[in-house]
Design a protein around this ligand. Structure first.
Ligand SMILES: Cc1cc2nc3c(=O)[nH]c(=O)nc-3n(C[C@H](O)[C@H](O)[C@H](O)COP(=O)(O)OP(=O)(O)OC[C@H]3O[C@@H](n4cnc5c(N)ncnc54)[C@H](O)[C@@H]3O)c2cc1C
Length: 417
C-alpha cells in the first residue's frame, strides 16, 4: 500500500466535478472540491456531448450512460449545417455527426448527476481560493474566508478567469498567455418554448431532433431542442466589427443591431424569425467570446490545470466540456499509476505533455471554424462542405486507450530521468 494522497480541486463546474469522479475511484486518493459560489451550480442552457466525450465519461464513471439518461440527455440526430444568406440560402451543406451519437444535455442536470456520486464531506461551497503557497512536500491553499489547508496536490478547475492559472504561469507566461482575450466573435441567446419556435421558424426544422447551424455573411444562427422537446435554444453569433468593444464581455443588444448584423440575411429562410425569438426576453445582451491564445504549461510542481482554466475555447466546435472530461480521464489514469505523493509532479508533467497539444489544437481550430461558419470563406455549399467536414475528425477520432497509454509512457519516461 502506498501513502494516501490528499487532492484539492478548485472549482466545482463540469471540469471539477468530472475530475472528482475520476479521482474518487483511485484507491488512496482523498478528494476535496472547493467552489467559490454558495452552491454548486451551472448557468446556461445546454451542452452537447459528442460520442468521444461520452466515451471519455464512460472511462471515468462506469455508470456514464446511466448518468446521462438521469440528466435527461436528448440524442441529437446530427448537427445540420445550412446556408442562411446568399444565393444558395436554404441549401443543406452537410450533417456533422450524422450517426446520431451525440447528445444534448441541460448543464445544471449534468452537473447535478456528476456531483451525486461524490462524498458530501468532500464538497465545500462558499470557498473562494485566493492564494497558493507551495511548501517542501505539500501545497498550502488559502481562501477568502481566511481558512488555510494543506494538500499533496492542487488542481485548478476554476474556469476561464482561473486564479490557479496565475500561480501556474507566473514568471513563465507573457500577459497575453496568462489571460484570456477576445476571440473576435459575439453571441446572444434565448431559450423559448418548443411550440413557439416551431410556429416561428417552421415545422420542417422540428420534425427530427437535430441541431441546425445556419451559415451566412458575417454571422451564424443555431437552434436545437432541449428538455424532452419542450424548449428550443436559439443562438445568434457574429464577427466582432469593433474589436475595442469586445473588451466588455457583456454588452446591451437591440433589435436594430441584430437586423444590421444580419442585413443580408433578412427575407431569407431563418433570420427574421430568429431575431424575433432572440429579442423576446427582458435582458437582451450580447457576449464577447474569449479564449486562451496559447499556454506554455498546464503544470507547476504539484499544481495543475484542467478544463477552461487550462484551455478556454470558443464554442464553435462544441467541445470545451468534452475536453475537460478527457482531462479527467487522463489524470485519473495517471493517479492510478503512482504510489507516492512524490510522484505527483511527474504525473502532472505527463498530463501536460499529452493534453496541452490537444487543448491548443481545439482552441485554434475552433476559432478558425467560427470564421468559416460566419461566412468568411464564402457561401458556396460544395466548398463549405469540403472545408468544414474534416474539421471535427481530430476531435471525434481520439482513441481513449492509446491516449491513456501515451500518458503512462510519458510518466515512465519522466520517472526514468
Ligand atoms: C456558449 C457556449 C457553448 C458551449 N457549448 C459546448 C458544447 O456544446 N459542448 C462542449 O463540450 N462544450 C461547450 N462549451 C464549453 C463548456 O461550456 C466549458 O468548456 C465548460 O463548461 C468549462 O467547465 P469548467 O468547469 O472548466 O469551467 P466553469 O464552468 O467556468 O467552472 C469553474 C468553476 O470554478 C469556480 N471558481 C472560479 N474561481 C474560483 C476560485 N477562486 N475559488 C473557487 N472556485 C472558483 C466557479 O464558480 C465555477 O463554478 C460551450 C461554452 C460556451 C461559452
Amino acid at each position: 500500500m502506498g501513502s494516501e494522497f490528499r487532492v484539492a480541486i478548485i472549482g466545482g463546474g463540469l471540469a471539477g466535478a468530472s475530475l472528482a469522479n475520476a479521482l474518487i475511484r483511485v484507491p488512496r486518493v482523498d478528494v476535496h472540491v472547493f467552489e467559490s459560489a454558495p452552491t454548486f451550480s451551472e448557468r446556461g442552457a445546454a451542452v452537447g456531448l459528442s460520442k468521444t466525450s461520452q466515451l471519455a465519461l464512460d472511462q471515468i464513471l462506469p455508470s456514464g450512460p446511466d448518468l446521462l439518461s438521469k440528466a435527461g440527455a436528448v440524442p441529437m440526430n446530427s448537427s445540420r449545417v445550412i446556408l442562411g444568406s446568399g444565393p444558395e440560402a436554404g441549401t443543406v451543406v452537410y450533417d456533422i455527426a450524422a450517426d446520431g451519437s451525440a447528445v444534448n444535455v441541460h448543464r445544471a442536470s449534468l452537473l447535478r448527476e456528476l456531483l451525486a456520486p461524490l462524498p458530501k464531506e468532500g464538497l465545500h461551497p462558499n470557498k473562494k481560493l485566493t492564494t497558493i503557497n507551495p511548501k517542501e512536500s505539500e501545497v498550502e491553499i488559502t481562501f477568502q474566508d481566511g481558512t488555510v489547508y494543506q494538500f499533496d496536490a492542487v488542481i485548478g478547475a476554476d474556469g476561464i478567469f482561473s486564479t490557479v492559472r496565475e500561480h501556474v504561469l507566473q514568471g513563465v507566461a507573457t500577459d497575453e498567455q496568462l489571460h484570456p482575450s477576445p476571440a473576435g466573435f459575439w453571441d446572444c441567446r434565448n431559450v423559448v418554448p418548443f411550440e413557439k419556435a416551431k410556429g416561428t421558424l417552421g415545422e420542417k426544422y422540428f420534425e427530427v431532433d437535430r441541431q441546425h447551424s445556419w451559415v451566412g455573411e458575417g454571422a451564424f444562427i443555431m437552434h436545437d431542442v432541449l428538455e424532452n422537446r419542450t424548449m428550443v435554444q436559439c443562438v445568434i453569433s457574429g464577427i466582432e466589427k469593433d474589436p475595442s468593444a469586445s473588451r466588455d464581455r457583456k454588452r446591451p443588444l437591440t433589435r436594430e443591431i441584430l437586423r444590421d448584423s444580419l442585413s443580408s440575411w433578412l427575407g431569407g429562410p431563418i433570420a427574421d424569425g430568429m431575431i424575433n425569438l432572440v429579442c423576446d426576453q427582458p435582458d437582451l445582451s450580447r457576449y464577447s467570446q474569449w479564449d486562451h491564445k496559447s499556454t506554455p504549461t498546464y503544470t507547476r510542481g504539484r499544481v495543475c490545470l484542467v478544463g477552461d482554466a487550462a484551455h478556454a475555447t470558443t464554442p464553435w466546435q462544441g467541445s470545451g466540456a468534452g475536453l475537460a472530461i478527457e482531462d479527467a480521464m487522463i489524470l485519473g489514469t495517471l493517479f492510478a499509476n503512482i504510489s507516492s505523493p512524490d510522484e505527483i509532479s511527474a504525473a502532472f508533467e505527463a498530463y501536460d505533455v499529452v493534453r496541452r497539444p490537444r487543448g491548443q489544437r481545439l482552441i485554434d481550430s475552433s476559432r478558425e471554424t467560427g470564421k468559416i461558419l460566419c461566412g468568411e470563406s464564402g457561401l458556396r455549399a460544395d466548398e463549405l462542405r469540403g472545408l468544414l467536414a474534416p474539421r471535427w475528425d481530430f476531435i471525434f477520432g481520439l482513441d481513449m486507450e492509446s491516449h491513456k497509454r501515451e500518458a503512462l509512457d510519458e510518466l515512465r519516461n519522466i520517472q526514468k530521468k
